[in-house]
Every structure is written in structure tokens, then in C-alpha cells.
Design a protein around this ligand. Sequence first.
Ligand code: GTP
Ligand code: MG
Ligand code: ZN
Length: 294
Amino acid sequence: MKRKFVGQVVKGVGGVYTVSDGESTVKCYPRGKLRRQGEIFIGDMVEVECDKEGIIEGVKPRKSCLTRPYVANIDAVIIVIAPIPKPDFTLVDKLLIGSLEQGIEAFIVINKCELDGAQELYEFARSDYKGQAEIFLTSVDENIGIDELCKRIGKMFVCMAGQSGVGKSSILNALLGEDKCAIGDISIKSARGRHTTRHVEIFKSAYGGQIADTCGFSMLEMPVIDPSVLREYYPDFEPYAEKCKYRDCRHDCEEDCGVRRAVEEGKLSSGRYERYLKLYKDAIKRWNNRYGNH
Ligand SMILES: Nc1nc2c(ncn2[C@@H]2O[C@H](COP(=O)(O)OP(=O)(O)OP(=O)(O)O)[C@@H](O)[C@H]2O)c(=O)[nH]1
Ligand SMILES: [Mg+2]
Ligand SMILES: [Zn+2]
């Protein structure tokens, strides 16, 4: 007998999706045009018609949708960094831009906090990301900060994000209290991770929330941003941008720029500003490559 229901996509591997109706899961295949890549995201609510196997007939409108990592309907993104591998703060900035764009919360988790350099990272994040993300210190190895993070996540649907090897899957396993995700060895020579997690999958947390694990990624894979709106995603620049001579100042080489002045006066972090300029120039290059001159 056929039954119809609306359920959540909790996993997708090779065109086969696992859809949960809250109690059980069904293996599903998408109908026709939904088979194209990028049509169905993990976290999507989908209409399913099934007997033994399910067919995904449609995708419900999304509350939020990140394209890197590919996940829909999350409430917050958990950006993980660690002393090893060496943090890429431009990637953190870009993840923050993505979360602002989608109107979701962002947390920054400094993992491996028992290692040298973690405290400095914490101080750095507290100054560069003040007011933009709650910051947590965790160590999976020494069981520090895990429960606090789990409580803060509460009933939210969140997704882990960050470079390969920072410990996203390790934190998730610790939060779940079970080893459900594969953990990788960091190659010691290069101190770079090797992409242990290869797909996105959603797990239930002890406090009734949901957590999605994702694979580590690099800046290059991030979506292209319109360079003219980039500055709108820097709320920490705003009080100074009001003092720019030009209303549409992009805080680059324009004369009488309030943001640049704030950096010179030490009111804004120069690192964050330098990374903004880098992202801005990168955005122009990539935008022009895709859409012609800006
Ligand atoms: N010292 C230390 N090592 C940790 C900690 N948490 C995780 N690791 C180690 O970091 C390495 C990478 O952990 P993973 O959880 O696989 O990292 P990931 O971010 O999921 O990586 P990808 O799946 O490749 O994106 C493993 O060797 C973990 O044992 C920690 O708190 N302290
Ligand atoms: Mg992983
Ligand atoms: Zn300016």
C-alpha cells in the first residue's frame, strides 16, 4: 500500500537519500528533475510517496540554505577552528558572511584547547569576532567544554563547518556520546587533514537538537559573492563606515574612509580588515570571471 508523508532528508549518498518521518527512515530516490545535482539538500523537508522504497516528489520551501556546506533549514552554523591545522581566518570570515546572509546564528568553537596556541586563538577570536559569534573552547581529548556546547545547541538544528582535521566529527561524536562519525588521523608532516568525512549526515543530540556533520573544505569552494554588497556583511565595520566620505565606499582606496581610519587608529582589527580586502579583491576577480566586468 502506498503512503505519503513529509519528512526530513538526513543523509544523501550517490543519489540515494535517507528520509526520516520522525520515527523511522526510508530510502528514497528523487523524481525526474529533482535528480539534478543541487536540487535536494541535506536538511530539506520533502514530500515522499512510498511503498517499499520512497520517491521524493517535491521539496518544501527552505528556512535557510547554505551552499557550502550543502545543508538546508539549519538554525546555526558551528565554525570549528583549532591550533592544528593552522586556522584560515578568511574561511571563518566567509562562513560568517554565509550565516549573516541566511539569517542564522554562528558559533565559533576553538577545539583542541589543551594544545599550545589555543588560548591565543581564543583571545584572537574574541577580539576579531566580538559581537558576531559566541565563542567556545573545547577539547575532545580532555572532555572540556563539550557539555556546555551541547546545552547551548539545545534543540536547534546546527551544522558543523570548518577545515578538514579541526575535529568536527570528533566533537560531534563527543556531543552524541557515541562514535557515529569516522575520525581521521592528521598527517603529521603537513599538519593538514585528509578529508575523513565525505558526506553530510544529520544526527540527533542528547538535548533534542540535530547536528549535521560535514566535510572540511577550502576557500576556493565557497560561493561567489557580489563585491558591491560584501561590505554589508561586516556589522563590526558599520559604526565607522558611517563616517566614510562616500555612502557606497567599499573601504579600499577611497579618500576619507572611516573604516580605514578606524584600522589606523587601532579601533578595528587590522587582520580582519586585511582579510576583508582580500575577500573583496577575490570577489571582484571571481565575479568578473563569471559575469563579466563589474
Ligand atoms: N589534540 C586533540 N586532537 C583532537 C581533538 N579533537 C579531535 N582531535 C584529532 O583531530 C583529528 C581530526 O579529527 P576529525 O574529527 O576527523 O576532524 P574533521 O574536522 O571531522 O575532519 P574532516 O572530516 O576531514 O573534515 C583526529 O586525529 C582527532 O583525534 C582535541 O580536542 N585535541
Ligand atoms: Mg569529519
Ligand atoms: Zn570606507
